[in-house]
Design a protein around this ligand. Structure first.
Ligand code: HXC
Length: 257
């Protein structure tokens, strides 16, 4: 896969996607988001890949959608091309996707991070939804995902004022899973991905599905879904291996069956 605005590499069973428009602080233009969708879909299909990490540079995960590309867009135009439609690809990946965020994660950058399954942040990360300063509002899920992550009051604070919050505030608010020193960010994200890659694929995929169902349904329906997939996992060889290994005091060797 040859891309211009992202760089891809693999580390064992982990795929790494680096946003690569340093001259624009990784602003998310159409071309970049199309490449992102293609790369993610490719890694999702690849049996050798178990998890995906998306990262930016030390200065910016992504400073938002590309304002210069967006500024002359029209209502009929964004409607006809379904401007944000291609961003949806990030939310349809079955394998775990980890955002490793350093520096600015603003606007669409914050929204991209929130589309991932978890955010690992460096201590220099800054999150915000500054769209209000541009005469628009978040448009790639920010008003919804940020509100679910940090609650109404803080989401209103961020969305209505456009202010940034630092990594510590983001972790306290529940947006970020863990904070690490900037120099350790990628290693930490790859370590988490590698750990997930050693586990049973069916249980990882269903665990991701089940947590995501919590955002889309009632408690009763969510618990019903969880029970269904929980029972189903007893049909896998990996369940026998995982529990058998525990009983025999050895490490399990999962085979994704
Ligand atoms: C296009 C951008 C950009 C963006 C930065 N750049 N952010 N270009 N779109 N979102 C460009 C700058 O124009 C500049 O290019 C170069 O990157 C470096 O940025 P500077 O502003 O010089 O850096 P700095 O002074 O360090 O300030 C960093 C910053 C600021 C605070 C992050 O760049 C900033 O406020 N950016 C915009 C943030 C924003 O409003 N994001 C939301 C966008 S709307 P030149 O050519 O001058 O060197 C959005 C809507 C999402 O995301 C809805 C769904 C799609």
């Amino acid at each position: 896969m040859a891309f211009e605005m992202i760089l891809t590499e693999t580390h064992g069973r982990t795929a790494l996607i680096r946003l690569n428009r340093p001259q624009a602080l990784n602003a998310l233009c159409d071309g970049l988001m199309a490449e992102m969708a293609e790369a993610l879909a490719g890694f999702d299909r690849d049996d050798n890949i178990a998890a995906i990490v998306i990262t930016g540079s030390e200065k910016a995960f992504a400073a938002g959608a590309d304002i210069k590309e967006m500024k002359d867009r029209t209502f009929p135009g964004v409607l006809a091309e379904d401007f944000i439609g291609k961003w949806e690809a990030v939310t349809t990946i079955r394998k775990p996707v980890i955002a490793a965020v350093s520096g600015f994660a603003l606007g669409g950058g914050c929204e991209l991070a929130m589309m991932c399954d978890m955010i690992i942040a460096s201590d220099t990360a800054k999150f915000g939804q500054p769209e209000i300063n541009l005469g628009i509002i978040p448009g790639a899920g920010g008003t919804q995902r940020l509100t679910r992550a940090v609650g109404k009051s803080k989401a209103m604070d961020l969305v209505l004022t456009g202010r940034m919050m630092d990594a510590q505030e983001a972790e306290r608010a529940g947006l970020v899973a863990r904070i690490v020193p900037a120099a350790d960010l990628l290693a930490e994200a790859l370590k988490v991905a590698e750990k997930i890659g050693q586990l049973s694929g069916p249980s990882v995929a269903t665990a991701k599905q089940a947590v995501n169902v919590a955002f889309e349904t009632t408690l009763r329906e969510g618990v019903r879904f969880e029970r269904g997939v929980f029972y189903a996992l007893f049909a896998t060889e990996d369940q026998k291996e995982g529990m058998g290994a525990f009983a025999e005091k050895r490490k399990p060797a999962f085979r994704n069956r």
